[in-house]
Design a protein around this ligand. Structure first.
Ligand code: HIS
Length: 381
């Protein structure tokens, strides 16, 4: 097997599948419609509106039919945005959800898989914070379904850095380097790069790595960052979103968090659970991806990797099941069908073999009673 590619064996597969069903069912309760974008498509449409990171993470191959370059999806969010922009052509609010494998050319961490199972939900057509708040609530509800009670919500906002850069042409030119330095929290590097910038820009950029902590950070940010409408608006949005998460997660603000800086255009969040240093779920606003498909639509959503989440959960208990003989007798077949209909797992033994499963534990057997006329259940001690 290639590195960071692996089979998913029964007990793990069961955990992933159970989570997938629970989360999709919950999305449905909020009115999200399921879509299934293709595993691969032309690279231009796959990467439309996405950043350089997604490009580097995307496996590419040549299409034998068209001779054009195809990409294997590394993130389903842009595909779902394309579906909203091109195919649905609705003007009102559209809620879409999805679940499927994505592929990464390189793993995102030491133990990360290169084939995550991505699940997520997106809202199109509403620019207000209500949509962001619903997505945030859905992401938290998804982790609650998986059994995580201690969750930290980190909030960030693309608008803050963008507004600072707009104040200074020199800084705008160094945009990509600045993002890299901020991501690495490399303050000395940042100090060197910003030495010749206007003092307000320099001070603002150097303040960002320190603007991390509980919601009081927002007050500090108002005092330390330039007093321009775009920054005030971003900070107000973060205040509102942190208020809507109170009681459901520990909220932290991180104004230098740019790890998901791909297509995002507004407030972003990351969810953390104990035992894992990386975020288990990410989301945020990305209003400009639709434009790349010719139809600007406000957009916000979140996604997470079910494989990674399942890894953090204890092994699922083996399901109690019933062992039955193999046979053609109508009474036996009828009895087995009846038990299965009632939700019991009935495993018929193949002649000459015993059963071996990771997932099921046969605690009962279907046997003929003493008269040899009725099929009854016998407890296996
Ligand atoms: N797909 C993004 C998260 C996201 C979903 N919708 C908007 N943002 C990611 O994997 O980081």
């Amino acid at each position: 097997m290639p590195e960071h590619i692996a089979d998913v064996l029964p007990s793990e597969a069961r955990k992933i599948e159970e989570l997938r069903r629970q989360m999709l069912d919950n999305f449905r309760l909020y009115g999200y419609e399921l879509v299934m974008p293709p595993l691969l498509e032309y690279v231009e449409s796959l990467l439309a509106g996405a950043g350089q990171d997604t490009d580097l993470r995307t496996f590419k191959l040549v299409d034998q039919i068209s001779g054009r370059m195809l990409g294997l999806r590394a993130d389903m969010t842009t595909q779902v945005a394309r579906i909203d922009a091109h195919l649905l052509n609705r003007n009102s609010v559209t809620r879409l959800c999805y679940a499927g494998s994505v592929l990464h050319t390189r793993p995102s961490g030491l133990h990360a898989t290169r084939e995550p199972v991505q699940i997520g939900a997106e809202i199109y057509g509403h620019a207000g914070l209500e949509a962001d708040a619903e997505i945030q609530e859905l992401a938290l509800a998804s982790l609650a379904l998986a059994g995580f009670t201690e969750v930290r919500l980190d909030l960030a906002h693309v608008g803050v850095l963008r507004a600072i850069l707009e104040l200074d042409k020199a800084a705008e030119k160094d945009h990509i380097t600045i993002v890299q330095l901020l991501r690495a929290k490399d303050v000395p590097g940042l100090r060197e790069l910003t030495a010749h910038y206007a003092p307000t820009t320099r001070d603002a950029l150097l303040a960002l790595p320190h603007l991390y902590g509980d919601v009081d950070v927002l007050k500090r940010a108002r005092a330390e960052l330039p007093d321009v409408p775009a920054i005030a608006k971003a900070l107000a949005e973060l205040a509102a979103l942190s208020a809507s998460a109170i009681g459901r997660a520990d909220v932290a603000i991180d104004l230098a968090d740019l790890r998901g800086y791909q297509y995002e255009s507004g407030a972003m969040f990351a969810l953390y659970v104990p035992g894992l240093p990386n975020a288990v779920a990410r989301g945020g606003r990305y209003d400009h991806v639709g434009e790349a498909f010719g139809r600007a639509r406000p957009a916000t959503g979140f996604s997470l990797d079910l494989r990674e989440l399942a890894r953090l959960l204890p092994t699922a208990e083996r399901k109690h099941s019933i062992r039955a003989p193999w046979g053609n007798a109508p009474e036996l077949k009828e009895k087995i069908a009846e038990l299965r209909k009632s939700g019991e797992v009935v495993i018929q033994s193949m002649p000459g073999h015993s059963n071996e499963q990771d997932e099921f534990e046969c605690d009962r057997a279907l046997v003929l009673d003493d008269n040899g006329s009725n099929w009854i259940l016998k407890n296996l001690g």
